[in-house]
Design a protein around this ligand. Structure first.
Ligand code: PLP
Length: 404
């Protein structure tokens, strides 16, 4: 039986059409795009074409607003560092408690190395941003506000256009990490106040190690990687040509398939989720189910360890994940679920299943056959489950003890 992959927020399989588009750029078209001869010119043309595809995918106004990078992490880092360089007299950052480590670990480093202050805005129990707190955190010293478009663990969406307007009203720049949103929901940048946006190819069936930073025309910018004149001097270094071609191809495919994929993936996710909720007791969905990515479900199973679930699913040929893949292995509870105030006992039993266009209804059926058995097997050996099943000892309270 072929394995089932339900970890598409960690990474996706590169689409065969994307691989086919990339292959000639390893061998036939190996030239350097900066070369003025016949080996370089077609490569520069192909990069130009890929830039146009990414621009169209993002609904941005101009091709030149797209800067190719090595992925989401580099794009996030570049946006923040650039703002600190260019926003004279402003040395603070506003972000959220649930951002990806690609951003949070940079902010932590900036605090310890440069004393840069960051305001971390909280979320409610459904993962929705506290807009009042966000508004209050912005001020005359804010260089940039950064909030993710979609959360990688819960799929919760933030109202980034509104957040961008509020940041501008305070004179700050606005950046969004759209690594998980891209390819799953439409992003129309033209006409928004979003100054910068991060994108990563491997989250929407493109290659790994390539991404883009959208920089709206007129946004002050300072490069993170300085070197040659590549990317209009905004990102030095010989371009990852096959990666960029792959990113362009993946963006074109994702854009063309978006509406159809959205419906199909959401249908599978919803069926999976509601069948689990209906057949397994003491489990519930974490996060806002109204406003979230169509492919993501984060379900907590009380009285069991998420790690044990993941391990058993893996043995049954089903790959799911425990919280964020980028943080797995660290054993620390997910900072996202902690920020949402999910109780420790619940948080421990949370698993994330994230679908893509490659999943099938047959796979959903198989998960639904396997998962209830795994949960009841684990609960049968769970001390917590047995303790819960035992009747509560009856408390004898005397009238005297009950007095105030
Ligand atoms: N931002 C988010 C929301 C992510 O989910 C990830 C990866 O999981 C990243 C940034 C990092 O992207 P990359 O792997 O391209 O560096």
């Amino acid at each position: 039986m072929s394995p089932i992959y339900l970890d598409n927020n960690a990474t996706t399989r590169t689409d065969p059409a994307v691989v086919a588009a990339m292959l000639p750029f390893f061998s036939d078209h190996f030239g350097n795009a900066s070369s003025q001869h016949s080996f370089g010119v077609p490569v520069a043309d192909a990069i130009r074409n890929a830039r146009k595809k990414v621009r169209t995918f993002l609904g941005a106004a101009l091709d030149q607003e797209i800067v190719f990078t090595s992925g989401g992490t580099e794009s996030d880092n570049t946006a923040i560092l650039s703002a600190l360089d260019t926003q004279q007299g402003r040395d603070e950052i506003v972000t959220t408690k649930v951002e990806h480590p690609a951003l949070l670990s940079l902010l932590d480093h900036l605090r310890t190395s440069r004393g840069i202050k960051t305001h971390y805005v909280g979320v409610d129990s459904l993962g929705r941003l506290d807009l009042e707190e966000y508004r209050r955190a912005l001020g005359p010293r804010t260089a940039i506000a950064s909030a993710m478009w979609a959360n990688n663990e819960t799929g919760a969406l933030f109202p980034v256009q509104r957040l961008a307007d509020l940041a501008h009203a305070a004179g700050a720049l606005f950046h969004t990490d759209a690594v998980q949103a891209a390819g799953k929901i439409p992003l129309h940048l033209k006409g928004t106040a979003i100054d910068m946006l991060s994108l990563s190819g491997h989250k929407f069936q493109g290659p790994k190690g390539v991404g883009a930073l959208y920089v709206r025309k007129g946004t002050p910018f300072s490069p993170h990687l300085r070197g040659g004149a590549q990317e209009r001097r905004r990102r030095g270094g010989t371009e990852n040509v096959p990666g960029i071609i792959g990113l362009g191809a993946a963006a074109e495919l994702a854009g063309a398939r978006m509406a159809e994929d959205h419906m199909a993936i959401r249908g599978m996710r919803d069926r999976l989720e509601s069948a689990i909720l209906n057949t397994i007791e003491h489990c519930f969905v974490i996060g806002d189910t109204d406003d979230r990515l169509p492919n993501t479900t984060n379900i907590a199973f009380a009285y069991v360890e998420g790690e044990a679930i993941i391990h058993n699913l893996d043995r049954a040929g089903i790959a799911a994940s425990l919280g964020s893949a980028c943080a797995s292995g660290s054993m620390k509870p997910s900072h996202v679920l902690l920020a949402m105030n999910v109780p420790m006992t619940t948080l421990k039993g949370a698993i994330r299943m994230t679908l893509s266009r490659e999943n099938t209804q047959g796979e959903v059926d198989r998960v639904l056959r396997v998962l209830p058995e795994i949960i009841s097997k684990l609960r049968a050996t769970s001390r917590l489950w047995r303790a819960r099943a035992r009747p509560e000892p009856v408390m004898q309270v005397s009238p005297v003890e009950m007095a105030p």
